[in-house]
Design a protein around this ligand. Structure first.
Ligand code: ATP
Ligand code: MG
Length: 410
C-alpha cells in the first residue's frame, strides 16, 4: 500500500473526546474514526488489524471442529420474551413493520431455536457453531475507545451436548483453544484464566483477563498458578482454586474473553429436547464462549505502546514493513520503489510512505502507526550502503543491503 494514496491519514492532535491511550493512538494513527459515543468506523489500517485478530480466532475455532455461520443482528422481541430477557438493560429496542424488534446483545435467543431445527436425536450431538459479528449493547457508559463500545465486534461460539459430561469435556477444550488464541495475539503471558460468577446457570464462569493498569476489572492473582479470581466472587472463593494458596495479589485487568456453561437455561426456554438411546426426551446442555476482537485490538494498544505511538506485535500488525522515503532525489525514490516491489513479490506485507513531507513528520507518523519494521531510504542511507532498518520495539537502527534486509524481514 502506498501511504500517499491512503485516504485515512494520521492526525496531528488526538480528538478531544479520546479518554484512553487506545482511543488516542487508534484515532490519531488513522485506524478508527468515531461515529458517536461507543461506535466506531474501522478505516483501512484498523480493519487490517481487526481481520488479523479475527483470523487467529477463526483458525482456532475451526481447529475445534466448530462451524461458522452468520446470524442476524436484528431479531423479533418475542424471542427475548420467551427467555425472559426482554428487560436486559443493554438491549436496544426498535419498532418496525410487523412488530417490535431488538438488536442482539448476544445470540442465545437466535442460536438455540436455530440448532433445534436440525438436531433431534442423541446421534446429532455434540454440535458447535460460531460467528464473528457485531453486537449492540446500550452501555450506560461507553468509554475507553474500543474497549467498551455500544456496537462492537464479537466472536461467539455455542456448543450443544447430550449430557453434562460432554459439555464439561468440550468446555475444557475451548479453554485450551482460548489460551492458544491469546498466545498467538502476543498476550499469552499476561492473560489469565479467571474465576468469575456463573450467574444463575452454574457456580463459576471463566474470564480471560489481560493484566493492564487501566483495566476496569479487579482480580486477585495466584502468581504461581497464573490464575485469577474476579473481585466479584472473592468473598466466596478466597483461595486459588488450583493450589489453595491464599497468597493472592490484587491487580487491574481487561476482560478479553468469557466462557460459560449455560446448562439447560436456554434449551428449556425454547423447549429444545432430544431423544436419547431409549427414545426418552432429555434437555439439551449448552455452553457459550465469547471473545471481543475489537476489545482485543484496544487491549493490544493499551499494552503495547510508548509515548510516541503503537508497537504492534508482528502477528496482528497492519503491515510487516514500513518503507519511509526521506528526500525526493531520483535515486532515493527509485531504490525505495524497487525494494517495495521486491518485498511485495516475496509476499511481505509492506506499506511505503512516499509522501513529500518533512523527515520529522514521516518518522513521527511511522512511530505512531507502529508497524514492526521501519526501513528508511535516504541519500545518506544509500551512501552508507543501503537501507536503514529499525524495529519499532528497539532503539537502534542499522544500515544493510537489500539482500540482508529481505532475510531479516521475510
Ligand atoms: P463486560 O463484563 O466487560 O461488560 P460481558 O461479561 O458482558 O463484558 P460477554 O457478554 O461475556 O461480556 O461478551 C464476550 C466478550 O465480548 C467479552 O469478553 C469482551 O471481550 C467483549 N465485549 C463485551 N462487551 C463489550 C463492549 N461493550 N465493547 C467491546 N467488547 C465487549
Ligand atoms: Mg464480564
Amino acid at each position: 500500500m502506498r501511504y500517499s494514496q491512503l485516504f485515512s491519514k494520521t492526525k496531528f492532535e488526538a480528538p478531544a473526546d479520546a479518554d484512553s491511550i487506545n482511543a488516542q493512538f487508534l484515532s490519531q494513527g488513522g485506524f478508527i474514526a468515531r461515529q458517536v459515543a461507543g461506535v466506531y468506523n474501522y478505516l483501512p489500517l484498523g480493519l487490517r488489524v481487526l481481520v488479523k485478530i479475527q483470523k487467529i480466532i477463526r483458525d482456532e475455532m475451526n481447529a475445534l471442529g466448530a462451524q461458522e455461520v452468520l446470524m442476524p443482528a436484528l431479531t423479533q422481541l418475542e424471542s427475548y420474551i420467551q427467555t425472559g430477557r426482554q428487560e436486559i438493560d443493554v438491549l436496544f429496542h426498535l419498532e418496525g413493520h410487523g412488530g417490535k424488534f431488538v438488536l442482539n446483545q448476544s445470540h442465545e435467543e437466535v442460536i438455540t431455536p436455530l440448532v433445534a431445527q436440525f438436531a433431534f436425536s442423541y446421534r446429532d450431538f455434540p454440535v458447535a457453531v460460531y460467528q464473528i459479528q457485531n453486537k449492540f449493547r446500550n452501555e450506560a457508559r461507553a468509554r475507553s475507545g474500543v474497549l467498551r463500545g455500544r456496537e462492537f465486534n464479537m466472536k461467539d461460539l455455542y456448543s450443544f451436548h447430550a449430557n453434562e459430561e460432554d459439555l464439561n469435556a468440550y468446555y475444557e477444550k475451548v479453554q485450551a483453544a482460548y489460551h492458544r488464541i491469546y498466545a498467538r495475539l502476543g498476550l499469552g503471558d499476561i492473560t489469565l484464566l479467571t474465576y468469575a460468577s456463573g450467574g444463575s446457570f452454574s457456580k463459576y464462569s471463566h474470564e480471560f483477563q489481560t493484566l493492564c493498569d487501566i483495566g476496569e476489572d479487579t482480580i486477585y492473582v495466584c502468581e504461581k498458578c497464573k490464575i485469577g479470581i474476579n473481585k466479584e466472587i472473592i468473598d466466596d472463593q478466597n483461595a486459588c482454586p488450583k493450589c489453595d494458596s491464599k497468597d493472592l495479589v490484587q491487580k487491574k485487568a481487561i476482560e478479553v474473553g468469557n466462557i460459560f456453561k449455560l446448562r439447560t437455561r436456554f434449551s428449556t426456554a425454547f423447549g429444545f429436547t432430544y431423544a436419547d438411546e431409549k427414545g426418552e426426551r432429555k434437555p439439551v446442555e449448552m455452553g457459550c464462549y465469547g471473545i471481543g476482537p475489537s476489545r482485543v485490538m484496544g487491549t493490544l494498544v493499551e499494552v503495547f505502546h510508548d509515548e510516541k505511538g503503537i508497537i504492534w506485535p508482528e502477528s496482528i500488525a497492519p503491515f510487516t514493513a514500513h518503507i519511509v522515503t526521506l528526500g525526493n532525489q531520483p535515486e532515493v525514490l527509485e531504490s525505495a520503489n524497487e525494494l517495495y516491489t521486491q518485498m511485495q513479490n516475496l509476499g511481505v506485507e509492506v506499506m511505503i510512505d512516499d509522501r513529500d513531507e518533512s523527515t520529522g513528520k514521516k518518522l513521527n507518523d511511522s512511530d505512531l502507526i507502529g508497524i514492526p519494521w521501519r526501513v528508511v531510504v535516504s541519500a545518506r542511507s544509500l551512501k552508507n550502503g543501503g537501507f536503514e532498518v529499525k524495529k519499532r520495539c528497539e532503539k537502534d537502527a542499522k544500515v544493510v543491503d537489500a539482500k540482508t534486509l529481505i532475510t531479516m524481514i521475510a
